[in-house]
Design a binder for this molecule. Sequence first.
Ligand code: FEO
Ligand code: CA
Ligand code: CA
Ligand code: CA
Length: 709
Amino acid sequence: MTHAHFNDEDSNTSHNPAFDNVLQARLSRRGLLRGTAALGGAAALGGCATSSPVAPVQALGFTPVAKTTADRVTVPAGYTARVIYALGDPLSASTPAFKNDGTDADFGNRAGDHHDGIEWFGLDAAGKPSDRFASRGLLAMNHEATTDEKLSSFFLHANGGTSTLPRPAAEIDKELMIHGISVVEVQTDGKAWANQPASAFNRRVTTMTPVAVHGPARGSEHLVTKYSPDGTQARGTLNNCGTGRTPWGTFISGEENWFGYFTRDAKDDDARKKDKQVQALNRYGRKAGAPSRHGWESGGTSDTYARWNNSAVGASAKDDFRNEMNTFGYIVELDPYDKRAALRKRTALGRLGHENATFARVSAGQPVVAYMGDDARGEYIYKFVSSAKWDPADAQPANRLAAGDKYLDQGTLYAARFKGDGTGEWLELSMDNPIIAGSSYFEFKSAADVAIFTRLAADAVGATKMDRPEWGGVNPKNGEVYITLTNNSNRTPASVDAANPRAYTDMKAGKEQKGNVNGHIVRLAEKNPADAAFNWDIYLFAAEADADRASVNLSQLTDDNDLSSPDGLVFSKATGVCWIQTDDGAYTDKTNCMLLAALPGQRGDGASKTLAYGNQQVTTYVGKAPTPATLKRFLVGPKGAEITGITETPDGRAIFVNIQHAGENTKMADVGDPAKFESQWPANAGYGAGQRPRSATIVITKNGGVIGS
Ligand code: FEO
Ligand code: CA
Ligand code: CA
Ligand code: CA
């Protein structure tokens, strides 16, 4: 997939201790079974504020969907999927309908592109925030990127746009506004859901929206730019991927592949002389001379374009944008209910290729804890533990972003080390850790440096290099943490370890694919979320059903539940169902990307498994193999699309799922010939004008029931 190579960043060349500590001792591990707790939260039936709780789903009651390469969304019999919000849809009453021919303008008042993570924020009949109403709400979602070839987001321009430098400012201006976040109101009349273009809640956030920098990096010399000489403001948010919902009711967005949008001059390392940032720029994937993804820096001399050149070209950092990349790579918090409130970059949660942030169950008097993945090959899993202790009154705060300040601006960040015996430890990333304060690997002077150069801090302490950590989710039943590891083409038999134990060859259309081709899902159990120790196993190894069951298809998947490249992972608060979404390029000769429903058990419910690579062996811990009753394919998407982002109404009777980049393998030269598009979805599902494929949100309902039951 063309999308995939933006995740194929390969800049972790550090030789941290964990990297060398492979094929570790095969020790037996102690079981650690967790207690269970009741599912929390009352839920409402559609339309009124009744509060009958939804019973957790005990068995997946639908017939699994078969793998398919059809250009449509397929859901089980008895379910209905409808498109409700697609690229370009108006977010104001005065914005014209989307023509979908590359001539549309005013994307500050339209849905952005590449819908990704999505979260539901309920409204009552009076338009006040409500966790109980199920017929009216706001969908806050990320617009990660655009479908590209040779610099241009070609479906967004009438003739496909300009694929050489310099690019016209008018094309760039449109692309700048298509990235970011949107908030859109949706309602159902009891029969059908629809977006509400005239809602006063509707909002767009783009690469141009002012954002306040919060946390330890605020005011750092490394955030000083011509735009913000005191290093407290950033402009925009970029490549927003996974999402989260805080315990105090705000929206969390992760900035993922932001580095690719910047260029650096070929001689920039020399221009910076002894600036320690040269090491960091390389570690974060921007070598001197690297071209930018879209050539946005080429639109003219104004700062709108100049900011995408991350080179030291002025007299000082106040005169150029040498630090502009340091203003991206954060978890961003937005209050979905207040469009006037500025977003806040929560730098205490580190600067990474962030996917989502998922919160542990909160307990009064205990810290707030969030888990996060850094999605690139060989990157790490992180955890943030707040300094402030949870006050249950903050579940309904008077000022939601002030609650965010309280819990997300001070705390401690950790990176995970997985050990061969099924245990693990969280390694502290702070100036209190002498390994960081006294590091000879990188000069950390302050908490701000740790927040901005987080990957280097995790290198220094020897975190475990993982197979591309994507979404995390917390099982509401027992608090265990699931993190998808989507795949890793760099994993080799020489570099496998207990937590990333597979390196194999798979064939696709006559071509070899190597490494951890299909990905897996790791599961962590902690006695308490703030603990420094954990136990782990692999909940699920993704694989093709007919792959070798002893070395590749270790979870014994069948045609009803085999999958490749798990990415989105969200536990339903209403039903406890674990939803797993794929963003795959490895199995797409046989099936488009998909959404599966799972009822997982608990860490330690399976057995150890030793894999042999020549005369070396690695022992891992495989969760109990799923059965047709505990893992089933629920949906297959249209051609070229990944399935990403899922949220629900509190009654569990509607889910909203994002379908990203249908038709992304279309060639730019064919933009004028719909017959040659890889996909014509959602036009071929009866939604909207034109035939160009559009990323979109769909709503899925079950004729009269709770989804998945
Ligand atoms: Fe935006 Fe790692 O997926
Ligand atoms: Ca294959
Ligand atoms: Ca993702
Ligand atoms: Ca992905």
